[in-house]
Design a protein around this ligand. Structure first.
Ligand code: ATP
Length: 351
């Protein structure tokens, strides 16, 4: 059942179309992420949901109620921003308590709620500290507790981890996810980091230039990107332009080489398609072992369990392949290779 609905929302700033007819439907208790590059409209959409910005067109509904014109303080939503959003002159505890005071909660109830929240974020020992006495990660935990204090109907998070270093980012995103699940709170999360979006979300909307390119679970988006933009933005993807030769057997031709690709079945011969292949499914052999698309390894980077090879294909494209590092020893830079992939691995998009 849709809980938070964004219906045909459009927003312009002068000439800039920040959002162009965006429709999203978010379920109760869902962790939903807006993912896209800088300037695609993520923050604008979050601000419209929060009520800080009116849309030019379209509606926002919460639990069936039209809230497009409702002022932010009546929406009962909690928000966490990038960083430095705590009140600097208040202790951590006073920050968390603030919203409860504004709402006139009695002292005993406030104290109980604040204690619960510090327990939830694992920072009970730091309650009396001021923001400048807390690390960036701790400050963001307190900001999360402050947003949760009022028992919001929706939690809005705008790149809450972007100012933190990589290790803390991963740790805190797992904590946020665990807290969200425990409370069952409907969450709208904004990030430009595709790995973060994949790791944390129930569903993701990929945005580009104010439009939704695809909505789906992380696995759906990773495995079946709907557009070339999504394919390029989410994970590393090889793109090869090819022509369908036989739609019955799923044969396509790439620079004179015939490849069998299951996803090409049912397409008309002569159709131009984009073959999408993840680096981890590419099979690379020395050219003498034959078959497939020929190329030459021109760069290698060791990444631990796998080694990433950059292969200049005959025909001009560059292909990225991640091969087990033990195998990569036989595949040095300069080696002439033949590249194949399992027929069920590539995806196909029409060109
Ligand atoms: P980032 O990740 O960089 O924050 P974003 O995806 O959140 O990007 P938005 O901040 O929503 O993007 O901005 C979308 C577009 O609208 C951008 O081109 C931006 O410059 C423009 N924009 C946003 N707010 C305003 C404003 N108040 N006045 C003018 N233009 C704006």
């Amino acid at each position: 059942m849709a809980y938070l609905e964004i219906l045909g929302v459009r927003k312009t700033f002068g000439e800039v179309v920040a959002l162009d007819d965006v429709t999203l439907s978010i379920d109760r208790g869902e962790f939903f992420t807006l993912l896209g590059p800088s300037g695609c409209g993520k923050t604008t959409l979050l601000r419209i949901v929060a009520g800080f910005e009116p849309p030019d067109q379209g509606n926002v509904k919460l639990d069936g109620e039209e809230i497009t014109q409702m002022p932010p303080n009546r929406r009962n939503m909690g928000m966490v921003f990038q960083a430095y959003s705590l009140f600097p002159n208040m202790t951590a505890e006073e920050n968390v308590e603030f919203g409860l005071r504004v709402r006139g909660w009695p002292a005993a109830q406030r104290a109980r709620r604040v204690a619960e929240l510090f327990d939830l974020i694992g920072l009970s020992a730091a309650r009396k500290r001021y923001p400048y006495q807390l690390s960036g990660g701790e400050q963001q935990r307190v900001a999360l507790a402050r947003a949760l204090a009022i028992e919001p109907r929706v939690l809005l998070l705008d790149e809450p981890l972007s100012a933190l270093d990589a290790k803390i980012r991963v740790q805190l995103r797992e904590e946020i996810r665990a807290i969200q699940k425990r409370l069952g709170i409907t969450t709208l999360y904004v990030t430009h980091d595709q790995e973060e979006a994949m790791a944390i979300s129930d569903r993701v909307a990929v945005l580009s230039r104010g439009r939704t390119e695809q909505i789906g679970t992380p696995a759906e988006i990773y495995e079946n990107p709907a557009t070339p933009f999504v394919a390029g933005f989410v994970g590393t993807m090889n793109h090869l332009e090819a022509t369908v030769r036989d739609g019955h057997d799923g044969l396509v031709e790439y620079h004179g080489v015939r490849l069998r690709i299951d996803a090409a079945r049912g397409r008309d011969p002569g159709t131009s398609v984009l073959v999408l292949v993840r680096p981890e499914v590419v099979e690379v052999r020395p050219v003498e072992e034959g078959g497939g698309i020929k190329g030459r390894i021109h760069a290698q980077s060791f990444m631990g369990p796998v080694t990433r090879l950059k292969i200049a294909l005959e025909g001009g494209d560059e292909l990225i392949a991640d091969v087990p590092s033990a195998r990569a020893r036989a595949l040095r830079t300069g080696t002439e290779v033949a590249v194949t992939f399992p027929p069920d691995a590539p995806r196909i998009l029409d060109l």
